[in-house]
Design a protein around this ligand. Structure first.
Ligand code: FAD
Length: 302
């Protein structure tokens, strides 16, 4: 069996695997897609000490770093079941069963898509999901934020300080964001909030040039010319496959403590699949290291 089996090969999982392997213990990492969300990222400018890189480059370095250690890397394999018997048993889609003394879950998350024409086509060409990451790319430009929940309104306030103008499109008649956020957004001269607005299309040529929405009261279609669209309708953790094996919050995020431990002894979690406060590369790497040290601590005591 593995001493530490990491499930998920993004920044959190890579970091966890490296920290485990450096303890000289038997380490494996299984990933549906090694690199994770980083693979879908164009430019990365907030990975501290690396002023500028891109996703595929960083993903390749993650894999290269993991492979300098004695880590059993199982790429293109998804886990579908986790059970705790004497040991943990992780069953893969192909029905192979991996056994381990400790498991670190780092299966990440995915942004919910709006699923309108133009979204896929203009991803990284004006369609963005992370204001902390991509906001500065739209300096001085006009952008839209789709979604008027907390993340949408936070994004609008954040972007208002960088871009020329922000249009928020909210499907419902009222914003769902906290009152203080709404008040703050309403006080900003360069933020326009449009309720009852159903996004129908993101338009563009080689890059986004506008957004169309239907006014749900009048059924009229409007088009706003702009250069960027931030989709902020939710980040979903990849934890559905875990069912009831581990405690998750109402958003589906795995609940962890400051050692990265879950409610199940020997089971740890790190990165975007957990209830950690912010979802960033540098944060997931830190939590991967934490979970791995937590797992090592657990092993030497059991
Ligand atoms: P992920 O990167 O999501 O990795 C999860 C891993 O688990 C993947 O290998 C996946 O294939 C695997 N997996 C999932 N389910 C299973 C399963 N059942 N079995 C096996 N493996 C599974 N952050 C920044 O700091 N700076 C940026 O500039 C930036 N830009 C971004 C741009 C975009 C378009 C996106 C989508 C995200 C961006 N982020 C950025 C956020 C950052 O990518 C994430 O916070 C980070 O990747 C989270 O790391 P993670 O390891 O927790 O999860």
């Amino acid at each position: 069996p593995f001493d530490v089996l990491v499930v998920g090969g993004g920044p959190a999982g890579s970091s966890a695997a490296i920290y485990a392997a450096r303890k000289g213990i038997r380490t494996g990492i299984v990933a549906e897609r090694f690199g994770g969300q980083v693979l879908d990222t164009l430019s990365i400018e907030n990975f501290i000490s690396v002023p500028s890189t891109d996703g595929p480059k960083l993903a390749a370095s993650l894999e290269e770093h993991v492979k300098t250690y004695n880590v059993d890397v199982m790429n293109l394999q998804a886990a579908k079941r986790l059970q705790k018997k004497d040991l943990f048993e992780v069953t893969l889609e192909n029905d192979a069963v991996l056994k381990a003394k400790t498991v670190i879950l780092s299966t990440g998350a995915r942004w919910r898509n709006v699923n309108v024409p133009g979204e896929q086509e203009f991803k990284n060409k004006g369609v963005a999901y992370c204001p902390h990451c991509d906001g500065p790319l739209f300096e001085g430009k006009d952008v839209a934020v789709i979604g008027g929940g907390n993340s949408g309104i936070e994004a609008a306030i954040d972007l208002a300080g960088i871009v020329n103008h922000v249009t928020v499109l909210e499907f419902a008649a009222e914003l769902k964001a906290d009152r203080v956020l709404q008040d703050r957004a309403h006080s900003l001269p360069n933020v326009t909030i449009i309720p009852n607005a159903q996004t129908t299309e993101i338009t563009g040529d080689s890059h986004v040039n506008g957004i169309s929405y239907k006014d749900r009261e009048t059924e009229e279609i409007h088009h706003v010319a702009l250069q960027g669209v931030f989709v902020q309708i939710g980040l979903v953790p990849n934890t559905e496959w875990l069912d009831e094996t581990v405690e998750r919050n109402r958003m589906g995020e795995i609940v962890v403590d400051k050692h990265g431990s879950t409610n199940v002894p020997g089971l740890f979690a790190a990165g975007d699949c957990t209830d950690s406060a912010y979802n960033q590369i540098i944060i997931s790497m830190g939590s991967g290291a934490t979970a791995s040290l937590g797992a090592f601590d657990y092993m030497i005591r059991n």
